[in-house]
Design a binder for this molecule. Structure first.
Ligand code: PRP
Length: 211
């Protein structure tokens, strides 16, 4: 029986911080620090195996059981609503989901609002709650270009430092969803590997308290 715990980490800067938390929590895997193109690392002593996954794919790996647990942003969880357990707020990777537009933008409620975003479901839900008709323009990146080129009136996107908006003469209209990294678990893994998953959760929780 595979008693390893399989962990999907979001590849990139956030993932490195997340791995450091796992390491401090006692789930180390020194080989991961070697600069390589490898995507799978394991520590047989600790019975832990880490995968580097594109951040927006972590929830899919966990939902389908390719990973027992993983770390995904609240933005991804809200957008895709995966069937996973959300176990812990790691309180890192903090940012906000926001509506932004050109400086001084005034919404004309007689017109359908054109909204460019990577987060189609989040945007639809937000505007449905405001009773506002929108035309969603789904993009994959560089969302800030859309209002500048009049492809859209506003954007719904992640704001962290605010510098991308500032450097493109855009401003926040409303921040409406606080985001941070969350520990998630596959539902059947949680049933069959309860002890180890709860151990990871408790040890990471102690690391969160030290932040
Ligand atoms: C995200 C987001 C913003 C930027 C916000 O982009 O879409 O463009 O970060 O960060 P800031 O407020 O600190 O400037 P990301 O780097 O993920 O790239 P992409 O959306 O263009 O793929």
């Amino acid at each position: 029986m595979d008693k390893f715990i399989n962990v999907a980490l979001p590849k990139g800067r956030l993932g490195e911080k997340v791995y450091d938390m796992f390491e401090r929590a006692g789930y180390s895997c020194p080989s991961i620090k070697e600069n390589s193109r490898k995507l799978i690392f394991e520590n047989a002593d600790k019975k832990v195996r880490f995968f580097w996954v594109k951040p927006s794919d972590v929830a899919i790996y966990v939902e389908r059981g390719a990973a027992d647990i993983g770390v995904a942003g609240k933005d991804i969880l809200c957008e895709y609503n995966p069937e996973v357990y959300e176990l812990l707020d790691l309180k890192i990777g903090k940012c906000s989901m926001a509506v932004a537009g050109k400086k001084g933008f005034q919404d004309d409620r007689n017109k359908t609002l054109r909204v460019a975003t990577k987060f189609v479901n989040i945007a639809k839900k937000y505007y449905a709650e405001h009773g506002r008709d929108i035309d969603v323009i789904a993009l994959n990146g560089s969302i800030e270009l859309a209002p500048i080129l009049s492809l859209s009136d506003v954007i719904v996107d992640i704001v962290e430092t605010g510098s991308t908006l500032k450097e493109n003469d855009l401003e926040v209209i409303e921040k409406f969803l606080p985001i941070s990294a969350r520990l998630i678990a596959n539902k059947s893994s949680f049933k069959f590997k309860t002890e180890i998953i709860v151990d990871v959760q408790e040890k990471l929780s102690k690391e969160v308290d030290k932040l």
